[in-house]
Unconditional design. Structure first.
Length: 287
């Protein structure tokens, strides 16, 4: 069997083609679906059309690769937008059914995709929401989604570091997970991967280098400071910093640091297996 899974995120759309064991092909397009959502409460037409084009392109790739099953799921931007159902309906007319998942499910599939062993915590920083999950080999012990993400932070605070720290430090307390014991903290998503990529000074994406790369809080702080102190027009010179994330990485880095401080940990492990792998496991378990 060959499966295609599309993750319709608030900042990017990702495609995974897999045989259930190995990744056969990956694609990513930054479409920023949640552009303006924080202030308007709706998905803007331009963002919907950018995202629609990426999804249809991935659907075509899946057909060309003769995938047996095609799954597409959407997260916070679609589930919270007043016109989210209109967007889903537009795609349905294109022949693509999307599953708009709840925040608790998003936390669960992120954990399922990244989990290896022991009792671990997982932070998934997205464009419009961030999930925190804690679990072990028996499954999820705790999972919660908050309406805070890198695009929302950028649109609310820009790169005002003081306001970002103050807001994120208070916001993460809403998880209510303090005191739940775990061994390690993992992070997934484009922001976490980007921080690891800048740490490794990668010229191009390398899954082996990034997967399970460990970053200390001090190192993340230094990366965030370095990017913040680099003018936007010169950030393309920073190795490992994807152009589509250069304006949101400061906020997401600060959010990750606040999560780490809240949980009382000094390092985080980046995982390149994430909710897209977890969603496939989740769907196959329902059969």
């Amino acid at each position: 069997m060959k499966y295609a899974v599309v993750d319709i995120g608030s900042n990017s759309v990702r495609l995974l083609i897999t045989d259930g064991e190995r990744s056969l092909l990956r694609r990513l397009e930054i479409t920023r679906l949640s552009q303006g959502l924080n202030s308007s409460g709706v998905l803007c037409e331009e963002a919907m059309q950018r995202t629609r084009a990426a999804i249809l392109s991935f659907d075509k790739i899946a057909k060309e690769n003769k995938c047996d099953e095609f799954y597409a799921f959407a997260t916070e931007a679609v589930r919270s937008a007043k016109n989210g159902s209109d967007f889903a309906g537009m795609l349905k007319k294109d022949g693509v059914d999307i599953d708009v998942i709840a925040g608790e499910v998003e936390a669960k599939i992120g954990f399922m995709g990244a989990y290896t062993s022991g009792r671990v915590a997982l932070a998934d920083i997205g464009g419009a929401s961030t999930e925190l999950a804690i679990g072990d080999d028996k499954g999820l012990i705790f999972g919660k989604s908050l309406k805070v993400g890198c695009v929302r932070l950028k649109e609310s605070f820009g790169e005002n570091v003081q306001k970002l720290r103050e807001y994120c430090s208070e916001k993460v307390k809403e998880y209510g997970a303090a005191g739940i014991k775990f061994d390690k903290l993992y992070s997934i998503g484009g922001s976490a991967s980007t921080l690891a990529s800048v740490d490794a000074e990668l010229e191009e994406y390398d899954e082996k280098t990034l997967h399970h790369r460990v970053l200390s809080a001090v190192r993340i702080e230094n990366i965030v400071d370095m990017i913040h102190n680099t003018p936007m027009e010169k950030r393309h010179l920073i190795k490992g910093l994807e152009d589509g994330r250069k304006d949101i990485i400061v906020g997401s880095g600060i959010l990750l640091l606040c999560i780490m401080e809240y949980l009382g940990v000094n390092e985080v492990i980046n995982s390149e297996t994430s909710n897209i792998e977890g969603y496939l496991k989740y769907r196959l378990a329902q059969k």
